[in-house]
Ligand binder design. Sequence first.
Ligand code: ATP
Ligand code: I3P
Length: 362
Amino acid sequence: EKKPACILQHPDGTVLKQLQPPPRGPREMQFYSMVYAEDCCDPCLLDLQRHLPKYFGTWSSPESPNELYLKLEDVTRRFQKPCIMDVKIGQKSYDPYASYEKRDQQIKKYPLMEEIGFLVLGMRVYKVNSDGYDSYDQHYGRGLLKDTVKDGLSKFFYNGTSLRKDAITASILKVQNILRWFEGQIQLTFYASSLLFVYEGLPPPNPEGHIPRGLPEKTTYAACCEPNEDVLEHNNNVCVAVPLDYSLSTMYTMHKKGCTRGHHGNVTAATTDPNPQAHNSTWKCPGLVSSEQPNGNGVKAQLEEEEVGEGGRGEPQPEQRASEVEVRMIDFAHVFPSESQDQGYIYGLKHLLEVLQQILHQ
Ligand SMILES: Nc1ncnc2c1ncn2[C@@H]1O[C@H](COP(=O)(O)OP(=O)(O)OP(=O)(O)O)[C@@H](O)[C@H]1O
Ligand SMILES: O=P(O)(O)O[C@@H]1[C@H](O)[C@H](O)[C@@H](OP(=O)(O)O)[C@H](OP(=O)(O)O)[C@H]1O
């Protein structure tokens, strides 16, 4: 049985995702290596990069050099009060190589996957009045039916006072871009992969520039996590990572199933196979097999500041609003080469877009 992956937060603005046991972990690593290969010149894959977290190669700690992690951009990093939703996309959450038992397990988990095309795995919603979060786990998502999925999903955009139509509009724009990518490619198929939605829960400052009373101006977390090239380039083996606060699906299982933090915040994790082997599926992109070193220096990339539309105080311009939301594809343990459009994923995206439009116009 699959053990939960540990997602750890590194102070340099990245997260570390522990490689899952084969074939899942190596397959996900292969996927990221292919999309971010330095010599990759496939426009389709280059275009895909903007819908994924940035990838900084693999990482391992000096104490456990065989335990590999994927070093990824922390998509929640630039937000002060991140509202986060993880939605599994597609009509099938098992891949074509799944055993009968596995298919059965997945279908039983959410029989409506085929009809609805997506499943809410978790949500974390900031409430302005209480300055706290409401959390919804995967059982909440599995309880959503055809006629309740709209209301179920709309809770992600309700801050206790108002419906965040700005965040819905921005999310729609981003999902449309992802849909366009899928409609233009026939080389990859995604099963059990997710979209991670993030928007800023903190209300914008009023025109005078005052943050509403009772709310912090900036968390210390954000202040200590400015991009640090030094850490990225030279100091990869100093792991002061901590479990990701915002991980929707892994936190409780981590405690349950034995991912532990050692002293000085160093991380030891119990679930990685020491000898990950690549799944024998063949990929089309040349230069796929990565030349990464397990110390995280294999892929050099810069943490760039995204535009956050904060050029001035007050309301951002409409075109800036889309940049205030993140919608990224994550979780690639079941990505396979293909020769046709990914109809299951496209179906899910289109239905998700329909539901978002309905929430916006209700
Ligand atoms: N790049 C990222 N930035 C921020 N948060 C992330 C990132 N990747 C993953 N997470 C958080 O970690 C959670 C789990 O990630 P992911 O789905 O990749 O791991 P997993 O163990 O395969 O999960 P699952 O048990 O759902 O299959 C996500 O729901 C999200 O909250
Ligand atoms: O969330 P739960 O209830 O723990 O259920 C797990 C969840 O559906 C995972 O997505 C799945 O892994 P994949 O997405 O990789 O298939 C895993 O399959 P597994 O039991 O085969 O590990 C399930 O156990």
